[in-house]
Design a protein around this ligand. Structure first.
Ligand SMILES: Cc1ncc(COP(=O)(O)O)c(C=O)c1O
Length: 401
């Protein structure tokens, strides 16, 4: 089985596992235990991991709060800002193409009387910057825009967005779950005050991640969403997951040293895959292909082919997905592709290939051949494909889009 679903999750790097193992058994202390060496050891490991993650994003250790993953970090950021700053205003801005963790947290805000503006994206998945500038008003307390999209890999112009939010004096949060450790992500330089990330997207363990919370000029205050022992400066109570945190730290350090080289290699392979498929199959399009994209991600529409059928034909050869793993059980077309103006049928015919560190060049050929064979086979029994081949305008009939 070839794995090309690295956006869903990554296998753990053996070096990460090695770093974690002693913290399950020998160094099992509670990082909050202040009266014995086992607690101190665990506390020191957490301190080191905090420095490692902060280092990856050019932040200070005290600016990073550990959580159970990006979902929790995003909930903490959006709900925490809302509860802390709603006396200043009741308006939150986000985009239509965010991960469900952001969309559902914004929905939570709406249910509490907040106003949420959902920005459109263009055909390539990029935020409309004029619409963003127009949307910010005196009541806006938070803008939440993802760094890179989990379905298409499209990277938003965070520098410009950061500048705009700074000029208007509103907080900017970014879901950088797919971007951190893959491309340069420096929140302070970019003007991002809150940034969510997750270990299992960068060769670390599942169930751990965190939130960068700017500490200077100004210090951002967040209302806790988990209450209890007051861990993480009161922002996130609960005994720290020391082995997981050690794993996140190690994964961050490894990423800091390798991501530029890895990105170069994966971009080359991703482009090889795309050009192989585009050259050998008609009616294939790269969703978001004209925008800046994460180097390892490709979202391809195979028109006149049902994406679910295609996945079923391929799943013994290659692990792929139709988009987000969280919504992969759903038969609805992707909200990200619909948000980009892709028609529902084309959205349903789209697949995401995401490459990673453990792919090999030989796998590219195998996957290209398998996809071509599966698409050819599905089209050979598709009445819509036959009609298209006969020159009928299916778009005019409303079936092609
Ligand atoms: C863009 C994005 N945000 C948030 C998440 C949620 O991350 P986690 O699995 O750490 O909760 C994911 C993971 O699927 C993601 O891709």
């Amino acid at each position: 089985m070839i794995y090309m679903d690295y956006c869903a999750t990554t296998p753990m790097d053996p070096l990460v596992l090695e770093a974690m193992l002693p913290y399950f058994t020998r160094h099992f202390g509670n990082a909050a235990s202040r009266h014995h060496a086992l607690g101190w050891e665990a506390g020191a490991a957490v301190d080191q991991a905090r420095q490692q993650v902060a280092g990856l994003m050019g932040a200070r250790a005290e600016e990073f709060v550990f959580t159970s993953g990006a979902t929790e970090a995003i909930n903490l950021a959006i709900k925490g800002v809302w509860e802390t700053y709603r006396h200043k205003g009741n308006h939150v801005i986000t985009t239509r193409v965010e991960h469900k963790a952001v969309l559902d947290s914004c929905d939570w805000v709406r249910r509490r009387g907040g106003r949420v503006t959902y920005l459109d994206v263009d055909r390539n998945g990029l935020v409309d910057l004029d619409q963003l500038a127009d949307a910010i008003d005196a009541d806006t307390i938070l803008v939440s825009i993802m760094w890179a999209n989990n379905e298409t890999g499209v990277i938003q112009p965070m520098d410009i967005i950061g500048q705009l939010c700074a000029e208007k004096g509103v907080l900017l949060m970014s879901d950088a779950t797919q971007a951190l450790g893959k491309i340069p992500v420096y929140p302070e330089l970019t003007g991002v005050q809150l940034l969510a990330c997750s270990a299992h997207k960068m060769y670390g363990p599942k169930g751990v991640g965190g939130l960068y919370v700017q500490k200077r000029r100004p210090t951002i205050k967040l209302a806790a969403q988990l209450h209890g022992g007051g861990h993480e400066h009161g922002m996130r109570s609960g005994t720290l997951n020391v082995p997981g945190i050690v794993g996140l730290g190690q994964a961050a350090e490894l990423a800091a040293g390798t991501f530029a080289e890895t990105a170069q290699q994966l971009e080359l392979w991703r482009n090889t895959l795309e050009s192989g498929l585009l050259e050998q199959l008609p009616e294939v399009y790269v969703n978001g292909g004209a925008a800046p994209r994460l180097p390892h991600v490709s979202n391809l529409a195979f028109r006149f082919v049902d994406g679910a059928g295609l996945l079923a034909r391929l799943n013994r050869t290659v692990a792929l997905s139709s988009g987000s793993a969280c919504t992969s059980g759903s038969l609805d077309p992707s909200h990200v592709l619909l948000g980009m103006g892709v028609g529902p049928n084309v959205a349903k015919s789209s697949l995401r290939l995401s490459l990673g560190r453990y792919n090999t060049e030989a796998e590219l050929g195998t996957v290209t051949k398998a996809v071509i064979a599966a698409v050819d086979q599905l089209r050979s029994v598709s009445p819509l494909w036959a009609m298209h081949q006969d020159g009928q305008d299916l778009d005019a009939l409303g079936w092609g889009r």
